[in-house]
Design a binder for this molecule. Structure first.
Ligand code: IMP
Ligand code: MG
Length: 176
């Protein structure tokens, strides 16, 4: 495994981002909502660095199959109204790639009555020809255009528990 971001680098930067969020939302009615499954590791570290009275929830979105993006499905049945309605929601995800996940979940939360929706991601994938219409409000790290695992990110539901971000050796990929 080639390590791109070490456990230490991640922890230090996540604390900084948490402090920034705490300042930005000091006067808000903040709910921090993690996109499961990939966003949960970032979520649990991030919320412990936000020194505000917040609510926390989860929304489920799934689009990747192996290393390829597919149809996106959003399921918010685990997200009670009091976390969303008339609240300033901060959506937290693992990686910003095409932006479809954050765009669709944002629309979904606004339809459900969120007062505002902002977004935070651990990683943003750099694109040569960046035609993404929206960008996250908070980005912990920009990374090169490679498929990564660890700290929540999976390959076929494995490697999420690694405390660092890495690139798998070619031999680890199953034939897709
Ligand atoms: P987007 O909707 O294209 O921005 O994709 C974001 C979602 O795709 C993330 O929530 C991840 O679950 C998944 N994803 C994108 N790139 C990677 C990767 O390199 N490793 C693991 N999952 C990824
Ligand atoms: Mg995801």
């Amino acid at each position: 495994m080639e390590i791109i971001l070490s456990e230490n680098e991640i922890q230090t930067r996540v604390r900084q981002v948490g402090a920034e969020i705490g300042q930005r939302f000091a006067d808000a009615r903040l709910s921090v909502v993690g996109v499961t499954v990939g966003g949960i590791v970032f979520l649990v570290d991030l919320i412990r660095s936000i020194d505000l009275s917040i609510r926390v929830g989860l929304i489920h979105a799934k689009s990747y199959h192996g290393t390829r993006p597919g149809e996106l499905s959003v399921d918010d049945s685990t997200l009670p109204a009091e976390i969303v309605t008339d609240r300033d929601v901060l959506l937290v995800d693992d990686i910003f790639d095409t932006g479809v996940t954050l765009k669709r979940t944002t629309e979904h939360l606004l339809e459900r009555g969120a007062r505002s929706v902002a977004t935070a991601v651990l990683l943003r994938r750099e694109k040569n020809d960046d035609c993404r219409a929206v960008h996250p409000d908070f980005v912990a790290f920009d990374i090169p255009d490679r498929f990564v695992v660890g700290y929540g990110l999976d390959y076929n539901d494995r490697y999420r528990n690694l405390p660092y971000i890495g690139v798998l050796p070619a031999s680890e990929y199953e034939t897709e």
